[in-house]
Design a protein around this ligand. Structure first.
Ligand code: NAP
Length: 472
């Protein structure tokens, strides 16, 4: 009988990715009592929390408070954090499979979806994720080119990220200063000349994928008003029938009701306007002589029922040019291929069946490799949604181990990974090291009344950790 899972020989699991999906998986492992377990979490950044730190908007402190739960897992004696360790650069899939019994990839979706239209290469066409990373102080995007000197910004897409970026562009300096927004972004946004943000949905108001709470918040901004044209808000026959059939608490129905209320109201003049447009698709970005965006060409759409019963946007041939000096593309994310991991190009996720990694061609299960979160399913759901999904994958991992999928071979786990990283000269960051960064950020935030002011450069973080280790 296998000893794996006993106190003498715990089940050794590596979780790659310290975002919500990774932390919910860690919690599920650490809370169960059937199997003795060691969980080691790796992240390519020196800081934990993935999208909660680098994606959730700075004006969402409540949503960010979920990190307190993650911290509880991180402080569990059977948990270790290895920050600044990148899969594919510092360690390979093969390395992890030598060190650990099971590996869970919770590596999120790090690539942007493209519109595939002419002019997308022009200066001033930016994936929303770049802007989000820039204002959140993500090291990858701290030097992104963000030019807020134009009067109008167009945001393509009708999801919560589109509303996040519109809201941050519309907020006043006073509102932003007390958030954990990165210093460089705060200073640029304080000087912003943007007056109008136009959010472009290709389908109608009932098909928008943003949620009512996020929509309502736009109406509560201090320095901005929301405008919607009654004409674009009118529902076609099928949408009207779907709306009337929907339960009152259905978010799409709530969206339509709120949008109607906004369209009927006359908000007072404000420094900025957020205009919500529907039934328009980008056809092309038009550039000026310097190769910068000057306008976005839109085609008006109508909705047509698809084979699966959903309503799709079809162009009517009516075209309009909307002047805009900056275009933010917020049409969703996809995964990025990682060396050694089978990647489903079509779906943009790690190839998997129910969270078990599979071979791309044969669909045969690759033993002891799993994926969770957006790496498994693509970018959908709210942070809390990933809790159930991660727990489900953990249950499968434990069931597979109980069925004997894990060999009793000597897997060095934590000690083996530490020695491998040392041999390769990787400066990894422990959870205690992160707490040093955390304390410094909180301290720096005090000056402006913010919960924290983030360090945004990896060398700066590593130097701070080094200084602390040497007792300086
Ligand atoms: P999303 O909800 O999938 O929205 C993507 C939007 O892009 C949809 O409106 C989609 O329209 C549109 N789109 C796709 N391709 C397009 C194209 N070629 N041209 C024009 N429009 C196009 O994605 P997201 O906004 O990136 O959000 C990702 C996930 O994170 C969601 O689950 C979201 O709820 C979550 N999130 C939550 C919060 C929050 O809770 N506050 C904040 C941010 C993100 P169609 O519907 O017509 O395809």
């Amino acid at each position: 009988m296998s000893r794996v899972g006993t106190t003498e020989r715990p089940l050794r699991v590596a979780v790659v990715g310290a975002g919500p999906a990774g932390f919910y998986a860690a919690a599920a492992f650490l809370e169960q009592t059937e199997v003795a377990i060691e969980v080691d979490m790796l992240d390519r950044l020196p800081t934990p929390y993935g999208l909660v730190r680098g994606g959730v908007a700075p004006d969402r402190p409540k949503m960010k408070s979920v990190t307190r739960l993650y911290e509880k897992s991180a402080e569990h004696p059977n948990f270790s954090f290895f920050g600044n360790v990148e899969l594919g650069r510092d360690v390979s899939v093969g390395d992890l499979l030598v060190c650990y019994d099971q590996v869970l990839y919770a590596i999120g979706n790090e690539a942007d979806r493209r519109m595939g239209i002419p002019g997308e290469h022009l200066t001033g066409c930016t994936p929303a994720a770049v802007f989000v990373g820039w204002y959140n102080g993500h090291p990858d995007y701290r030097s992104a080119r963000v030019d807020l000197s134009c009067r109008r910004v167009a945001v393509v897409g009708n999801g919560n990220v589109a509303l996040d970026v519109a809201r941050i562009l519309a907020r006043s300096p006073e509102e932003l200063r007390v958030t954990d927004i990165a210093e460089h972004a705060l200073s640029a946004l304080c000087d912003s000349r943007v007056e109008e943000i136009v959010v472009l949905g290709r389908r109608g108001p009932l098909q928008a994928s943003f949620t009512p709470a996020e929509l309502r918040e736009l109406t509560e901004l201090r320095a901005a008003r929301v405008q919607i044209s009654a004409e674009e808000l009118a529902l076609d026959e099928t949408s009207r029938a779907q709306h009337d059939r929907a339960r009152p608490r259905d978010p799409r129905r709530q969206n339509v009701e709120l949008l109607t209320k906004i369209a009927r109201s006359t908000p007072p003049r404000a420094r900025r306007t957020i205009r919500l447009r529907f039934l328009v698709s980008p056809l092309e970005l038009l550039g000026d002589e310097r190769g910068s965006v000057r306008a976005i060409r839109l085609e008006h759409n109508r909705l047509v029922e698809q084979r699966d019963g959903s309503l799709g946007a079809v162009g009517t041939g009516q075209v309009e040019d909307l002047d805009a000096g900056w275009v933010l593309v917020s049409i969703g994310r996809r995964g990025r291929s990682t060396p050694g991991l089978p990647f489903d190009e079509q779906l943009g996720v790690v190839a998997n069946i129910d969270g078990r990694v599979v071979d791309l061609e044969t669909r045969a299960i690759r033993p002891n490799q799993y994926c969770a979160g957006w790496a498994r399913s693509g970018p959908r759901g709210l942070i809390a949604t990933s809790k159930v999904a991660s727990a489900e994958v953990v249950a499968r991992m434990l069931a597979d181990a109980a069925r004997g999928s894990v060999m009793e071979a000597d897997r060095g786990g934590r000690a083996a990974l530490e020695s491998l990283l040392r041999d390769k000269g990787v400066r990894y960051v422990t959870f205690e090291d992160w707490k040093v960064i955390d304390r410094v950020e909180i301290q720096r935030g005090l000056a402006r009344g913010a919960p924290r002011s983030k360090l945004v450069a990896i060398p700066e973080m590593l130097d701070l950790v080094e200084m602390k280790r040497r007792g300086w």
